[in-house]
Design a protein around this ligand. Sequence first.
Ligand SMILES: Nc1nc2c(ncn2[C@@H]2O[C@H](COP(=O)(O)OP(=O)(O)OP(=O)(O)O)[C@@H](O)[C@H]2O)c(=O)[nH]1
Ligand SMILES: O=C([O-])CC(=O)C(=O)O
Ligand SMILES: [Mn+2]
Length: 626
Amino acid sequence: MTTTASPAHTEEALSAEAPAPTTRTDLDPSNTPTEHAGLLAWVAEVAALTQPDRIHWVDGSDAEYKALTDELIAGGTLVRLNDEKKPNSFWARTDPSDVARVEQRTFICSVDEADAGPTNNWMDPAEMKALMTELYRGSMKGRTLYVVPFCMGPLTADKPMFGVEITDSAYVVASMRIMARTGSEVLAKMGNDAPYVPCLHSVGAPLQPGQKDVSWPCNDEKYIVQFPEERTIWSYGSGYGGNSLLGKKCYSLRIASAMARDEGWLAEHMLILKLISPEKTVHYIAAAFPSACGKTNLAMLDPTLEGWEVETLGDDIAWMRFGEDGRLYAQNPEYGLFGVAPGTGWKTNPNAMRTIEKGNSLFTNVALTDDGDVWWEGYSQTPPNHLTDWKGREWTPESDEVSSHPNSRFCTPIKQCPIIADEYEDPNGVPISAILFGGRRATTVPLVTEARDWDHGVFMGATLSSETTAAAVGEVGVVRRDPMAMLPFMGYNAGDYLNHWITVGKDNDASKLPKIFYVNWFRKDEAGKFVWPGFSENGRVLKWVIDRLEGKAAAVETPIGRVPTVDSLDVSGLDLSVEALEVALNVDDEEWKAEIPLIEEWFAKLGDKVPAALKLELDGLKARLG
Ligand SMILES: Nc1nc2c(ncn2[C@@H]2O[C@H](COP(=O)(O)OP(=O)(O)OP(=O)(O)O)[C@@H](O)[C@H]2O)c(=O)[nH]1
Ligand SMILES: O=C([O-])CC(=O)C(=O)O
Ligand SMILES: [Mn+2]
């Protein structure tokens, strides 16, 4: 429903000359689809500040989606793809400066600086609000203010997790429709007083009367800000997904992790999968890998091992709570996939290809083929002879640059995944048998290591290291500590976060806790080639994990934990030399000794908040390494 901004219905306003349509908004309750007074007041307040031309309450209908995407096509933001290739799908190109998350511009504005901790940017919340209020003042001039009611997790939950995003970007509205449950149904369920997380977003590109818009409005000055105590999000200047789809990282990880700390649960950067053995035993596995390190791929695994099956529950975020039976239950709060495009192909991730083939997708910063389809590096073995690249330039296989940005993404409804598990909509989630932590390390870290117990597993997660990727602006390939793959997503002090993990272990029945493993698909040989084939073959590692849970596979004790014996990992039918397997599984004491000062440096950064249990783990590791 779109209402043209008009003066409030006061005597004075009615008798006066109609003011410029940008100064007031029509918030007459009879013209809005809700009577939620708190929400109406917030929308009115934001509209008064940002001065949009129009307010549009998003209903989530197909007609609305059509109108939005038509408008985006007219404005040059989207290009409609060939319906025979990708039905109801669109190609988007961002401004080349707005392609990834901006960690340097991301803030946790807790009341107390200590609560943001040593790993987050912080500013006093009042100061930040004052600063951003001036940025937002008039920032939606010439644009539409969209109100997007959304729910993270099923609407059928006991306490649905509502949010409302106000944005001036139609691209964000279209993407939110895929990534979260949005629209009228959500608004109706919110009733007159449901609590929700207010999420304010502006691309920060007001239009003067008559000014022509650019195809990707954004602002060089960017702020991605979480106010954890208020459970509020303010984002400014970027249209890129991770910075602008505020239900995702900002709400479901940063704000939710603060909620989870307060309420005794976990909000994690994890995929969730269902693994079915040839004997039809079922295990659910959650896995945390940093951005662009393989979650989407593992979540949709097509195992090569005979008889094993995987079904998908989530590819990026898991909310985990303890059930009455003492087990840890995980649920995916999202509704769509926002997956890394490059490297996704029929060989590596056929289930992702089947998912996007069904259409209803937005592709951002990939290349466009001459027949109206998309392409990116790894999509197929041989590139087409001619493409339009992610910067809109002619591209041929002879071009010096890649056709698609390394962090280009597909945004697709998760329910289109052909292997989506039936439990996906279950508000209670699924009981997790094993948690995997993993990173991207060319050296040192073996293919898979089993933790001895919960605390040891938390130590593995707490000291997880990974090479940086294109998912965030900055240098790529630099090894950094990324605790539980949550470094950019912890909504509070990293030391407190690790304590929360230790406490969760203490407060619950140890025999029912998930077992923890540490994996690395990315070890390289001396020639710089990955030693482990990865992708579908990672099912072999999952089998070993399940066999360990069931007491069926052998392992060697090493200083860092239990690693498969060369015979216990099922490599039947795999073209992999024994030498390569040995490299993949190798635990080199010298390499690990070199890791110790890095871990100590990391713990020193966390200061006196490092849990005693983790210091004990470090002492133990040092002693075992000699
Ligand atoms: N060598 C190798 N590469 C992999 C493997 N799994 C995934 N990749 C590559 O890693 C990149 C990122 O993978 P994703 O699965 O999209 O990463 P993600 O963890 O879901 O990332 P975010 O959405 O950023 O959180 C892609 O280019 C994949 O092709 C693997 O087992 N081996
Ligand atoms: O947030 C994003 O832009 C995509 C994502 O999953 C990540 O970076 O981990
Ligand atoms: Mn992610």
